[in-house]
Design a protein around this ligand. Sequence first.
Ligand SMILES: NC(=O)c1ccc[n+]([C@@H]2O[C@H](COP(=O)([O-])OP(=O)(O)OC[C@H]3O[C@@H](n4cnc5c(N)ncnc54)[C@H](O)[C@@H]3O)[C@@H](O)[C@H]2O)c1
Length: 250
Amino acid sequence: MSYMRLKDRAAIVTGAASGIGRATAQLFAEEGASVLAVDIPSSALLATFDGVANVTPLALSIIDDGAPARIVGEAIARFGRLDILMNNAGVSGRQFVDEIKDEDWDRIMAVNVTAQMKLARAAIPHLRKAPSARIINVASVMAEGTDLGLAAYCASKAGVAGLTRTLALELGRDNITANYLLPGAIKTGMTSPLWDARPDVADIWAKKSPLRRVGQPIDLARAALFLASDEAAFITGHGLNVDGGLMLRV
Ligand SMILES: NC(=O)c1ccc[n+]([C@@H]2O[C@H](COP(=O)([O-])OP(=O)(O)OC[C@H]3O[C@@H](n4cnc5c(N)ncnc54)[C@H](O)[C@@H]3O)[C@@H](O)[C@H]2O)c1
Protein backbone atom coordinates (compact mmCIF):
# COMPACT_ATOMS: atom_id res chain seq x y z
CA MET A 1 0.00 0.00 0.00
CA SER A 2 1.32 3.43 -0.88
CA TYR A 3 1.10 6.39 1.50
CA MET A 4 2.64 8.74 -1.10
CA ARG A 5 5.42 9.50 1.35
CA LEU A 6 7.59 10.98 -1.42
CA LYS A 7 4.87 12.95 -3.18
CA ASP A 8 6.31 15.76 -5.33
CA ARG A 9 9.94 14.70 -4.66
CA ALA A 10 12.49 14.08 -7.36
CA ALA A 11 15.06 11.34 -6.86
CA ILE A 12 18.12 9.85 -8.53
CA VAL A 13 18.78 6.13 -7.92
CA THR A 14 21.98 4.62 -9.31
CA GLY A 15 22.44 0.92 -10.00
CA ALA A 16 18.69 0.77 -10.62
CA ALA A 17 18.55 -2.13 -13.09
CA SER A 18 18.96 -4.83 -10.48
CA GLY A 19 18.67 -5.80 -6.84
CA ILE A 20 18.50 -3.07 -4.21
CA GLY A 21 18.51 -0.17 -6.68
CA ARG A 22 15.71 -1.62 -8.75
CA ALA A 23 13.50 -2.26 -5.72
CA THR A 24 14.24 1.23 -4.39
CA ALA A 25 13.49 3.01 -7.68
CA GLN A 26 10.19 1.12 -7.88
CA LEU A 27 9.22 1.82 -4.26
CA PHE A 28 10.17 5.51 -4.46
CA ALA A 29 8.02 5.83 -7.61
CA GLU A 30 5.08 4.04 -5.95
CA GLU A 31 5.40 6.49 -3.07
CA GLY A 32 4.97 9.42 -5.44
CA ALA A 33 8.52 10.41 -6.37
CA SER A 34 9.73 11.14 -9.88
CA VAL A 35 12.75 8.86 -10.24
CA LEU A 36 15.74 9.04 -12.56
CA ALA A 37 16.93 5.41 -12.67
CA VAL A 38 20.57 5.08 -13.74
CA ASP A 39 22.50 1.98 -14.74
CA ILE A 40 25.07 0.87 -17.30
CA PRO A 41 23.97 0.52 -20.94
CA SER A 42 24.50 -3.27 -20.96
CA SER A 43 22.14 -3.72 -18.00
CA ALA A 44 18.43 -4.58 -18.11
CA LEU A 45 17.55 -0.97 -17.18
CA LEU A 46 15.46 -0.02 -20.21
CA ALA A 47 13.47 -3.27 -20.24
CA THR A 48 12.97 -3.10 -16.47
CA PHE A 49 11.35 0.33 -16.47
CA ASP A 50 9.67 0.28 -19.87
CA GLY A 51 6.22 1.77 -19.25
CA VAL A 52 6.71 2.04 -15.46
CA ALA A 53 5.03 5.21 -14.21
CA ASN A 54 7.19 7.92 -12.62
CA VAL A 55 10.51 6.27 -13.57
CA THR A 56 12.82 7.72 -16.23
CA PRO A 57 15.68 5.37 -17.13
CA LEU A 58 19.11 6.76 -18.03
CA ALA A 59 21.61 4.23 -19.39
CA LEU A 60 25.00 5.57 -18.40
CA SER A 61 27.97 4.38 -16.35
CA ILE A 62 28.43 6.57 -13.28
CA ILE A 63 32.20 6.47 -13.83
CA ASP A 64 32.10 7.79 -17.40
CA ASP A 65 33.75 11.18 -17.89
CA GLY A 66 31.21 13.86 -17.11
CA ALA A 67 28.59 11.33 -15.90
CA PRO A 68 27.74 13.07 -12.60
CA ALA A 69 26.95 16.36 -14.37
CA ARG A 70 24.94 14.54 -17.04
CA ILE A 71 22.93 12.56 -14.48
CA VAL A 72 22.12 15.55 -12.29
CA GLY A 73 21.46 17.69 -15.38
CA GLU A 74 19.01 15.10 -16.69
CA ALA A 75 17.13 15.04 -13.38
CA ILE A 76 16.83 18.82 -13.35
CA ALA A 77 15.81 18.94 -17.03
CA ARG A 78 13.11 16.30 -16.47
CA PHE A 79 11.83 17.16 -13.01
CA GLY A 80 12.93 20.77 -12.39
CA ARG A 81 14.21 19.86 -8.94
CA LEU A 82 16.21 17.31 -6.98
CA ASP A 83 15.35 16.17 -3.45
CA ILE A 84 16.93 12.72 -3.06
CA LEU A 85 20.23 11.22 -4.21
CA MET A 86 20.45 7.46 -3.65
CA ASN A 87 24.01 6.38 -4.41
CA ASN A 88 23.49 2.63 -4.69
CA ALA A 89 25.51 1.34 -7.68
CA GLY A 90 28.31 -0.92 -6.57
CA VAL A 91 30.64 -3.69 -7.67
CA SER A 92 32.39 -6.44 -5.77
CA GLY A 93 35.51 -8.48 -6.37
CA ARG A 94 37.72 -10.92 -4.53
CA GLN A 95 41.50 -10.84 -4.65
CA PHE A 96 44.06 -11.31 -1.91
CA VAL A 97 46.09 -8.15 -1.35
CA ASP A 98 49.29 -9.64 -2.74
CA GLU A 99 47.43 -10.38 -5.99
CA ILE A 100 45.30 -7.26 -6.41
CA LYS A 101 45.65 -5.70 -9.83
CA ASP A 102 45.79 -1.91 -9.88
CA GLU A 103 42.94 -1.70 -12.38
CA ASP A 104 40.65 -3.85 -10.23
CA TRP A 105 41.38 -1.81 -7.09
CA ASP A 106 40.86 1.43 -9.02
CA ARG A 107 37.58 0.27 -10.59
CA ILE A 108 36.07 -0.82 -7.26
CA MET A 109 37.09 2.48 -5.64
CA ALA A 110 35.83 4.49 -8.62
CA VAL A 111 32.36 2.91 -8.67
CA ASN A 112 31.80 2.31 -4.96
CA VAL A 113 33.09 5.49 -3.38
CA THR A 114 34.55 8.10 -5.75
CA ALA A 115 31.41 8.20 -7.90
CA GLN A 116 29.30 8.68 -4.76
CA MET A 117 31.36 11.75 -3.90
CA LYS A 118 31.23 13.11 -7.45
CA LEU A 119 27.47 12.62 -7.72
CA ALA A 120 26.95 14.28 -4.34
CA ARG A 121 29.20 17.16 -5.42
CA ALA A 122 27.19 17.66 -8.60
CA ALA A 123 23.87 17.32 -6.76
CA ILE A 124 24.55 19.61 -3.78
CA PRO A 125 23.70 22.95 -5.48
CA HIS A 126 20.29 21.52 -6.41
CA LEU A 127 19.72 19.69 -3.11
CA ARG A 128 20.31 23.03 -1.36
CA LYS A 129 17.26 24.44 -3.13
CA ALA A 130 15.02 21.60 -1.90
CA PRO A 131 13.14 22.17 1.36
CA SER A 132 14.47 19.00 3.01
CA ALA A 133 16.90 17.01 0.90
CA ARG A 134 18.39 13.55 1.37
CA ILE A 135 21.58 11.78 0.41
CA ILE A 136 21.42 8.02 0.96
CA ASN A 137 24.62 6.12 0.24
CA VAL A 138 24.81 2.35 0.14
CA ALA A 139 27.76 0.92 2.05
CA SER A 140 27.82 -2.67 3.39
CA VAL A 141 28.34 -4.54 6.64
CA MET A 142 31.79 -4.98 5.09
CA ALA A 143 32.40 -1.32 5.98
CA GLU A 144 32.90 -2.67 9.51
CA GLY A 145 33.69 -6.37 9.06
CA THR A 146 35.69 -8.17 6.42
CA ASP A 147 36.38 -11.48 4.73
CA LEU A 148 39.28 -13.00 2.83
CA GLY A 149 39.90 -11.24 -0.48
CA LEU A 150 37.70 -8.24 0.24
CA ALA A 151 40.34 -5.53 0.79
CA ALA A 152 39.19 -3.30 -2.06
CA TYR A 153 35.49 -3.81 -1.36
CA CYS A 154 35.93 -3.22 2.39
CA ALA A 155 38.11 -0.16 1.88
CA SER A 156 35.59 1.30 -0.55
CA LYS A 157 32.65 0.68 1.80
CA ALA A 158 34.51 2.08 4.82
CA GLY A 159 35.15 5.06 2.55
CA VAL A 160 31.40 5.40 1.98
CA ALA A 161 30.87 5.62 5.74
CA GLY A 162 33.50 8.35 6.14
CA LEU A 163 32.25 10.24 3.09
CA THR A 164 28.67 10.15 4.36
CA ARG A 165 29.51 11.31 7.89
CA THR A 166 31.38 14.27 6.42
CA LEU A 167 28.55 15.11 4.02
CA ALA A 168 26.18 15.12 6.99
CA LEU A 169 28.43 17.51 8.88
CA GLU A 170 28.91 19.87 5.97
CA LEU A 171 25.33 19.92 4.69
CA GLY A 172 23.29 20.05 7.89
CA ARG A 173 23.03 23.83 7.71
CA ASP A 174 21.30 23.42 4.33
CA ASN A 175 18.76 20.99 5.83
CA ILE A 176 20.26 18.16 3.77
CA THR A 177 20.64 14.87 5.63
CA ALA A 178 23.19 12.25 4.62
CA ASN A 179 22.94 8.67 5.84
CA TYR A 180 24.21 5.29 4.71
CA LEU A 181 22.83 1.79 4.62
CA LEU A 182 24.81 -1.27 5.64
CA PRO A 183 23.16 -4.22 3.89
CA GLY A 184 23.97 -7.70 5.14
CA ALA A 185 23.61 -10.75 2.92
CA ILE A 186 21.00 -9.80 0.34
CA LYS A 187 19.78 -11.87 -2.62
CA THR A 188 20.55 -9.66 -5.63
CA GLY A 189 22.46 -9.76 -8.89
CA MET A 190 25.65 -9.55 -6.84
CA THR A 191 25.00 -12.71 -4.83
CA SER A 192 22.53 -14.77 -6.87
CA PRO A 193 25.02 -16.39 -9.29
CA LEU A 194 26.91 -17.98 -6.38
CA TRP A 195 23.89 -18.67 -4.19
CA ASP A 196 21.89 -20.26 -7.03
CA ALA A 197 24.83 -22.51 -7.91
CA ARG A 198 25.61 -23.21 -4.23
CA PRO A 199 22.42 -23.15 -2.14
CA ASP A 200 24.49 -24.37 0.82
CA VAL A 201 26.37 -21.03 0.77
CA ALA A 202 23.09 -19.07 0.84
CA ASP A 203 22.01 -21.33 3.70
CA ILE A 204 25.13 -20.50 5.71
CA TRP A 205 24.42 -16.77 5.33
CA ALA A 206 20.77 -17.31 6.29
CA LYS A 207 21.77 -19.19 9.43
CA LYS A 208 24.20 -16.44 10.49
CA SER A 209 21.24 -14.08 10.83
CA PRO A 210 19.10 -14.33 13.99
CA LEU A 211 16.14 -13.96 11.63
CA ARG A 212 17.28 -17.11 9.80
CA ARG A 213 16.99 -15.77 6.29
CA VAL A 214 18.95 -13.77 3.76
CA GLY A 215 17.67 -10.29 2.92
CA GLN A 216 15.64 -9.34 -0.12
CA PRO A 217 16.02 -6.09 -2.11
CA ILE A 218 12.72 -4.80 -0.72
CA ASP A 219 14.18 -4.95 2.82
CA LEU A 220 16.72 -2.33 1.75
CA ALA A 221 14.25 -0.34 -0.34
CA ARG A 222 12.02 0.08 2.72
CA ALA A 223 14.95 1.30 4.80
CA ALA A 224 15.88 3.75 2.04
CA LEU A 225 12.28 4.95 1.90
CA PHE A 226 12.34 5.63 5.63
CA LEU A 227 15.56 7.65 5.33
CA ALA A 228 14.12 9.54 2.35
CA SER A 229 10.82 10.31 4.09
CA ASP A 230 9.84 13.16 6.40
CA GLU A 231 9.91 10.70 9.32
CA ALA A 232 13.73 10.67 9.16
CA ALA A 233 14.10 14.47 9.18
CA PHE A 234 16.29 14.51 12.33
CA ILE A 235 18.53 11.57 11.42
CA THR A 236 21.84 12.42 9.78
CA GLY A 237 25.33 10.95 9.64
CA HIS A 238 23.85 7.60 10.61
CA GLY A 239 24.78 4.14 9.33
CA LEU A 240 21.74 1.87 9.35
CA ASN A 241 22.40 -1.87 9.43
CA VAL A 242 19.82 -3.74 7.37
CA ASP A 243 21.26 -7.18 7.91
CA GLY A 244 18.79 -9.26 9.91
CA GLY A 245 21.18 -9.06 12.85
CA LEU A 246 24.04 -10.65 10.90
CA MET A 247 26.70 -8.55 12.65
CA LEU A 248 25.53 -9.12 16.24
CA ARG A 249 27.69 -12.13 16.94
CA VAL A 250 31.46 -11.78 17.24
N1 LIG B 1 23.83 -8.04 -2.19
C1 LIG B 1 24.43 -7.93 -1.05
O1 LIG B 1 24.52 -8.91 -0.28
C2 LIG B 1 25.04 -6.61 -0.64
C3 LIG B 1 25.58 -6.52 0.64
C4 LIG B 1 26.13 -5.33 1.05
C5 LIG B 1 26.13 -4.23 0.21
N2 LIG B 1 25.60 -4.32 -1.04
C6 LIG B 1 25.64 -3.13 -1.89
O2 LIG B 1 24.36 -2.86 -2.39
C7 LIG B 1 24.49 -2.07 -3.59
C8 LIG B 1 23.57 -2.64 -4.66
O3 LIG B 1 24.04 -3.92 -5.03
P1 LIG B 1 23.08 -5.18 -5.27
O4 LIG B 1 23.39 -6.15 -4.21
O5 LIG B 1 21.70 -4.73 -5.49
O6 LIG B 1 23.76 -5.78 -6.58
P2 LIG B 1 23.28 -5.83 -8.11
O7 LIG B 1 24.46 -6.36 -8.84
O8 LIG B 1 21.99 -6.57 -8.20
O9 LIG B 1 23.01 -4.31 -8.48
C9 LIG B 1 24.06 -3.38 -8.65
C10 LIG B 1 23.76 -2.56 -9.87
O10 LIG B 1 24.78 -1.53 -9.99
C11 LIG B 1 25.04 -1.40 -11.35
N3 LIG B 1 26.33 -0.76 -11.63
C12 LIG B 1 27.56 -1.30 -11.46
N4 LIG B 1 28.50 -0.46 -11.92
C13 LIG B 1 27.84 0.63 -12.38
C14 LIG B 1 28.26 1.83 -13.02
N5 LIG B 1 29.56 2.06 -13.26
N6 LIG B 1 27.33 2.74 -13.38
C15 LIG B 1 26.01 2.50 -13.15
N7 LIG B 1 25.55 1.38 -12.57
C16 LIG B 1 26.47 0.44 -12.19
C17 LIG B 1 25.00 -2.81 -11.91
O11 LIG B 1 24.85 -2.83 -13.33
C18 LIG B 1 23.80 -3.38 -11.16
O12 LIG B 1 22.60 -3.23 -11.90
C19 LIG B 1 25.97 -2.09 -3.94
O13 LIG B 1 26.58 -0.88 -3.56
C20 LIG B 1 26.50 -3.24 -3.12
O14 LIG B 1 27.87 -3.11 -2.82
C21 LIG B 1 25.06 -5.49 -1.48
